[in-house]
Design a protein around this ligand. Structure first.
Ligand code: 1CP
Length: 490
């Protein structure tokens, strides 16, 4: 297996150097400041002008002294300003502060549902002891199951997501076969662009296709204008639209009521068998889909925009992040017991650009969600972007879902050291092995990562590094789940 370096690449070391001057701030906030420092013109232009002078290359002692005195204050000030920009208007910050005071605990929501009989996945995220290694897999509801194919043959993809009863049945299907430790609500990450007014179709053999690619400022202004119109606000100058949309993100996310209904129904019908996972796509990933409009190998259009029009991209990402956060909060209130944010297109960006265009928005989502629902466990999946682990060690997420290129044992140790956990990361290709060999492969991977199983690993959830494929044998998922559960049992 490829050995991922435990040493941070240069971009991360730069972040760390700058962060050391900011001990007054939380780690993830410091990381954000450093990340913004090279985001070019736009909302973070001021950060660029200031933080690029940080590294301490000045020749005179006087300058050093002044810098040492001024730097923390300057950075604190800049950080506050940039956070204000990300969070929306000053008015919005005040609104969020009062929201935090009315925070909803998971216990309040739990009281409305059947008691949870298997809480191993939640215990793992919280760092509590588990009875067995918890396991679930991505796309556990999907086309590899004959009953899924049969049940969905006359139902268009998004109509399945929009019908709470159908979404509930699909979520529960894999539980009839497997002893899973979590279920993920049947939906799709692309329901958010749809809720923002974009037309997305799921085309057989092609995947998601957007009727109109989102590539210009004018298109985005029009989307914002229509969103505001939907909530009864008209006549706002284009430059002020973004903050107004951010202010209305909660109301706008009500368009996804069918997901919340599906969650409430599914959690009730799961009857405490395992926790239910709510999810969304990361703003970056959603933007890639909207901008490219259809499958691409080159990511030409989105790359042109991040380098050519970073301000526009940040503007779009900011709105998406606020809508994602409000969407997740509503999923929790509807009954979701843990959350996962899929940054499925993390691999499109080099580390430095990922730190500018994805990480701040991932962090913003978790900050907003946790201000409202402080004890909700949150997992983030930076797909095929092993470098992201170092950045996420300082983020508000509780657990990082690893891709198969990362060394499981070392990544686990690294995250344990910062009070976080890991999920994953077995290669989905093991599902193509003969069934007996699947068991061996699981056993070997777990032994290599965690020893002989005399003590079960803390803060670990087993999963594949990415989702089940339609041509995988359902029997092999059964063997996978059983082998995970057998680990450490004599
Ligand atoms: O008809 C079908 O079965 C189509 C396959 C399928 C399924 C089962 C799609 C199309 N979406 C889903 C449901 C889905 N999507 C779930 C719930 C089911 C479960 O996991 O048990 C979840 C969590 C998703 C999330 C999702 N959708 C992601 C993130 C996960 C990942 O794979 O990175 C992404 C990228 C999508 C977009 C998407 N949905 C579907 C396709 C074909 C795609 C494009 C994938 C790509 O670009 O490679």
């Amino acid at each position: 297996m490829h050995q991922q370096s435990l040493f941070a690449p240069a971009a991360i070391q730069q972040v760390t150097t700058q962060a050391s001057a900011m001990s007054l701030l939380q780690r993830h906030q410091t990381a954000k400041v450093a990340m913004y420092s090279e985001s070019g013109p736009g909302p973070f232009g001021i950060l660029q002008a200031t933080t690029t002078s940080i590294p301490g290359t000045s020749n005179t002692t006087a300058a050093h002294g002044a810098l040492a005195f001024l730097l923390p204050a300057m950075v604190l000030c800049i950080c506050t300003l940039s956070m204000k920009w990300l969070r929306g208007s000053f008015h919005r910050s005040t609104q969020q502060e009062s929201m935090a005071m009315m925070a909803t605990s998971c216990a309040e929501i739990d009281a409305k549902f059947p008691p949870l009989k298997n809480d191993n996945a939640l215990r793992a995220i919280r760092g509590q002891p588990v009875d067995r290694i918890p396991v679930w897999v991505m796309r556990q509801a999907g086309r590899y199951l004959p009953e899924y194919v049969e049940y969905t043959k006359d139902k268009e993809f998004f109509s399945r997501c929009q019908n709470p009863e159908v979404a509930c049945n699909l979520t529960l299907q894999p539980f009839k076969r497997y002893d899973l430790d979590a279920g993920i609500i049947f939906s799709d990450i692309l329901v958010i662009p749809q809720a923002l007014g974009m037309d997305v179709q799921m085309i057989k053999g092609q995947g998601p296709v957007f009727t109109t690619a989102l590539r210009t400022k004018e298109q985005w202004y029009e989307i914002e204008r229509k969103l505001l119109e939907r909530v009864g606000i008209t006549g706002v100058p284009a430059e002020e639209q973004t903050n107004r949309v951010v202010d209305m993100a909660g109301e706008l996310s009500e368009a996804l009521h069918y997901v919340y209904e599906a969650i409430t129904l599914t959690r009730t019908q799961l009857n405490g068998r395992a926790p239910l996972i709510g999810f969304c796509g990361s703003p970056w990933t959603l933007f890639v889909y909207a901008c490219e409009a259809k499958k691409t190998k080159t990511y030409t259009e989105v790359s042109k925009l991040i380098y050519g029009e970073p301000e526009l991209v940040h503007r779009i990402l900011k709105v998406m992040a606020h809508v994602c956060a409000q969407y997740l909060i509503r999923q929790v209130k509807a009954g979701a017991q843990m959350l996962q944010v899929f940054d499925s297109h993390a691999n499109v960006l080099p580390p430095k650009q990922w730190a500018q265009f994805s990480l701040p928005y991932l962090s913003l989502i978790a900050d907003i969600v946790k201000a409202e629902c402080p004890d909700i466990p949150m997992i983030v999946l930076p797909k095929d972007a092993p470098f992201a682990l170092d950045f996420l060690a300082g983020s508000p997420y509780d657990m990082v879902s690893l891709d198969p290129t990362l060394d499981l044992g070392r990544s686990h140790q690294k995250m344990l050291a910062v009070g976080k956990g890991v999920q994953g990361n077995m290669s989905p290709t093991i599902m193509y092995a003969p069934t007996e060999q699947v068991r061996e492969l699981v056993r070997d991977t777990l032994t290599e990562a965690f020893g002989d199983g005399s003590a079960l690993p803390q803060r670990y959830i087993a999963n594949l590094g990415s989702g089940m494929n339609p041509d995988m044998d359902p029997a092999n998922l059964g063997a996978f789940v059983e082998a995970i559960h057998a680990f450490g049992k004599k």
